[in-house]
Design a protein around this ligand. Structure first.
Ligand code: ASP
Length: 338
C-alpha cells in the first residue's frame, strides 16, 4: 500500500453485473466484491481506495444526461481528498459520459479515469480485474490530468473515444487522436499529447435532455423526418451525421430547406461525419458548399459523443447563440482539432 488514495465511483455496468433469468443486471454493494477480487497482497503496488456508488446503479443503456451532474458533483465534492478518481461505468454509453465530464471538469490537475469491462468482475474470464487494477495504478503513479477512458491496455482521452466493439475486449478506439498512454508489461504515458494545464473551471449545470437531437443522413432520408425533428418543442440543437467529409444530399432541396428553416429558427445545426476517422470540411465537395451559407457549423473531427455532449453542455450553461457558436469553434477540453 502507498500514501496515494483513489476514489472509485461505481455507477453500474457489466463490471458489476450478475446473470439472472432475465439477463445481466447491475447489482449494488460492489465495494466488497472489489475487495474480494483484488485482495491486494501486502506490499502490492495497488493504491488505497474508497468506493462509493450512485443510487440506483444502472445498465448504462439507461443513462440520461441527468446522471452527469451527479457523477461530476461527487468528484467535485471529494476533489481535495483524493489523488485521483476512477468511474466504473457500463461500456455502452461510457464515451458519452467521459465526454460530458470532460466539459464539466475543465482544468483538472488530477486524473479521472473511466473504465469498466465486457465480462463481469466475478466471472472467471473477466477483463475487469485487468482494467480496474491498471486504472488504479495509472491514477496513482502515472496521473494524466484529464478525463480519460482506460480499456484493454489503452489510455484514451475520453472525449476522443468511442465504443467500437460490442463484445471484443478492446472495445474502445480513439479514431482521431493518439492514445495518451498504454499499459503492457510496462506503463507508458505519451505526455506530448496530454492537455496542457489550464485554469480550473468546474461546473455542474442542469442538462435539458431534450434540447439536442442526432440525425443520421442516409440515402432516401425523407425531409419530413428532418422537419418533424427540428420542429419538436424545446429542440435547440441538431447534430447531423453526414457522409465522409461532411457531405449532404444537396439535390434533395426539401431536405436542405428543412435544415435552412431550422437554423433560421435559431436551432444550432452541427455537422459531423458518420465515418469514424474523419474531418468535416464544408465545400471540399460541391454537395457541401452551401452549408456555411445555410448556417450549419462544421464539427471538424469531433466524435458523435463529444459533439452531442458539448452542445448539450453549452446550452445548459445558458449561453446565447453567438457565444455557443464561438465555443463550438474552439477546443474546450481537447475534443476537436481546428
Ligand atoms: N449494457 C452494459 C452497460 O453499458 C454493457 C457494458 O457495460 O459493457 O452497462
Amino acid at each position: 500500500m502507498t500514501d496515494k488514495r483513489i476514489l472509485i465511483i461505481y455507477t453500474g455496468g457489466t463490471i458489476g453485473m450478475q446473470n439472472t433469468e432475465s439477463g445481466y443486471i447491475p447489482v449494488s454493494g460492489f465495494h466488497s466484491v472489489i475487495d474480494e477480487q483484488l485482495h491486494p497482497p501486502s506490499g502490492s503496488r495497488l493504491p488505497d481506495y474508497d468506493v462509493i456508488e450512485i443510487e440506483p446503479v444502472i445498465d448504462s443503456a439507461n443513462l440520461v444526461p441527468g446522471h452527469w451532474p451527479i457523477i461530476a458533483s461527487l468528484i467535485q465534492t471529494h476533489y481535495k481528498t483524493y489523488d485521483g478518481f476512477i468511474v466504473l461505468h457500463g461500456t455502452d454509453t461510457m464515451a458519452y459520459s467521459a465526454s460530458a465530464l470532460s466539459f464539466l471538469l475543465v482544468g483538472l490537475d488530477k486524473p479521472v479515469i473511466f473504465t469498466g469491462s465486457q465480462i463481469p468482475l466475478v466471472e472467471l474470464r473477466s477483463d475487469a480485474k485487468d482494467n480496474l487494477c491498471n486504472a488504479l495504478i495509472l491514477a496513482a503513479y502515472y496521473p494524466v490530468p484529464e478525463v480519460t477512458i482506460f480499456f484493454h491496455g489503452k489510455l484514451m482521452r475520453g472525449n476522443r473515444s468511442t465504443k467500437s466493439k460490442a463484445t471484443g475486449l478492446d472495445a474502445f478506439e480513439s479514431p482521431n487522436y493518439p492514445w495518451l498512454g498504454q499499459v503492457g508489461s510496462n506503463s507508458e504515458i505519451h505526455s506530448e499529447v496530454v492537455l496542457p494545464a489550464t485554469k480550473q473551471q468546474f461546473s455542474c449545470p442542469e442538462f435539458n435532455a431534450h434540447s439536442v437531437a442526432i440525425l443520421p443522413i442516409y440515402p432516401g432520408l425523407n425531409e419530413n423526418i428532418c422537419r418533424s425533428i427540428v420542429e419538436t418543442d424545446g429542440l435547440d440543437g441538431l447534430i447531423i451525421r453526414s457522409y465522409g467529409m461532411g457531405n449532404l444530399p444537396n439535390q434533395n432541396k426539401a431536405l436542405m430547406a428543412a435544415l435552412k428553416s431550422a437554423t433560421s429558427n435559431n436551432c444550432i445545426v452541427l455537422n459531423i461525419s458518420q465515418c469514424l476517422q474523419a474531418e468535416v470540411y464544408h465545400g471540399h465537395y460541391a454537395c457541401s458548399a452551401e452549408l456555411n451559407d445555410i448556417g450549419i457549423i462544421s464539427g471538424a473531427n469531433m466524435t458523435t459523443e463529444a459533439a452531442y455532449t458539448k452542445l448539450l453542455y453549452l446550452l445548459a450553461q445558458g449561453y446565447d447563440r453567438e457565444e455557443i457558436y464561438r465555443q463550438l469553434g474552439k477546443s474546450l477540453a481537447g475534443e476537436i482539432d481546428l
